[in-house]
Design a protein around this ligand. Structure first.
Ligand SMILES: [Zn+2]
Length: 338
């Protein structure tokens, strides 16, 4: 069955070497039989809905004017964009929240925040300083265009149908990954900076999406680096190995590395895994070899980076990560007006 699935997956993947589809697909959305009629512009309900929307937009504008674009006590570097990871520093002992969610802060006041592929245009960073004062910084998140490929007229396939044994293996794999992801070290391994884990051709980029017969598939969560089987794969940054498995259903040979502060790398499809769970690794250290294991259409490794479980763009990290010397551009936040 697995061989059949791989073959079918190959039929749907781009002809470029090493494309992959490592994540299970979401369930198909319900089919819409007919389009709703256009709203009547004079209908009181439509008028009220539009007035409410305009008022909500004014409130959003007001909220952004209240908060400054920057704070003397908070510095940020990295990519304030969809798929970007941003590295911050504030006073030791401060607490940080992003859009209402607690963020891990080191003893020295350093922290990491991330933005997914479909992140909203603005986010609110709230920093409670040791003296109790709260600094609020409005962050403007730049939008990006991601490649979307539509393929229609494909025969209805068996690609998303799994045998009972496949489903059991997928569930077992998930347990292993969940256990590996239960915690993250309060250790700033991510400060080593990031580099490409293998030499090869980028055959798949972050955020790209296929729409097959009108059904959107999961966006690509990382990058694919295609290279001959046996090519070394190296740790993209310092960290601790939390999972090292040779035969996962989707990922094949998989290594998960915790870089601290909920920043995690996953390296997939390895022909050989050369580290063990619990092992500490340094940036550039060999951890395995390129392969075609799991759901892969050619020899490559898929490298994904997640922050708090949200996939971010590894290529941005290599360009703008810690130590790359790229401070967040002035004007990246909303202008403070008061
Ligand atoms: Zn991939």
């Amino acid at each position: 069955m697995k061989r059949v699935l791989t073959a079918l997956a190959a039929a749907f993947c781009s002809s470029a070497a090493g494309a992959c589809a490592q994540e299970p697909e979401p369930p198909a959305p319900p089919k819409i039989e007919a389009l709703a009629p256009a709203p009547d512009p004079n209908d009181p309900a439509v008028l009220k809905r539009r007035a409410d929307f305009a008022e909500a937009m004014r409130q959003v504008d007001k909220r952004q004017l209240v908060f400054n674009a920057s704070s003397e006590d908070v510095s940020l570097e990295g990519a304030l964009t969809q798929g970007g990871l941003v590295f911050g520093k504030t006073l030791a002992g401060a607490k940080v929240r992003l859009d209402g969610e607690d963020v891990m802060v080191g003893d020295d006041g350093r922290f990491v925040i991330g933005f997914g592929r479909d992140a909203a245009p603005s986010s609110l960073l709230a920093v409670t300083l040791p003296d109790g004062k709260i600094e609020r910084v409005a962050l403007k998140i730049a939008a990006r265009d991601f490649p979307v490929q539509r393929i229609d007229g494909l025969p209805e396939s068996e690609v998303s149908k799994f045998s009972k044994a496949d489903l059991e293996k997928i569930a077992e794999d998930k347990k292993l990954k969940d256990a590996a992801r239960e915690s993250s070290e309060n250790k700033e391994d991510w400060r080593s900076g990031f580099e490409m884990p293998a030499r090869g051709v980028i055959s798949g980029v972050y955020g790209s999406q296929r729409i097959l017969n009108g059904q959107p598939k999961s966006p690509h969560s990382g990058i694919d680096i295609a290279a001959p089987t046996g090519t070394p794969i190296r740790a993209p940054a310092d960290g601790v190995v939390t999972l090292a498995e040779p035969d996962m259903y989707f990922e094949g040979g998989l290594v998960l590395i915790d870089h601290g502060f909920w920043v995690e790398s996953a390296l997939m499809h390895m022909s050989k895994v050369e580290v063990k769970a619990g092992e500490r690794v340094k940036k550039g250290q060999e951890i395995g070899r390129i392969g075609q294991t799991g759901r892969a259409t050619g020899p490559h490794t898929h490298w994904s980076v997640k922050w708090m479980g949200i996939p971010v763009d590894p290529q941005l990290l290599v360009q703008d990560g810690p130590g790359a010397g790229a401070p967040v551009a002035a004007g990246a936040g909303e202008k403070g007006a008061q």
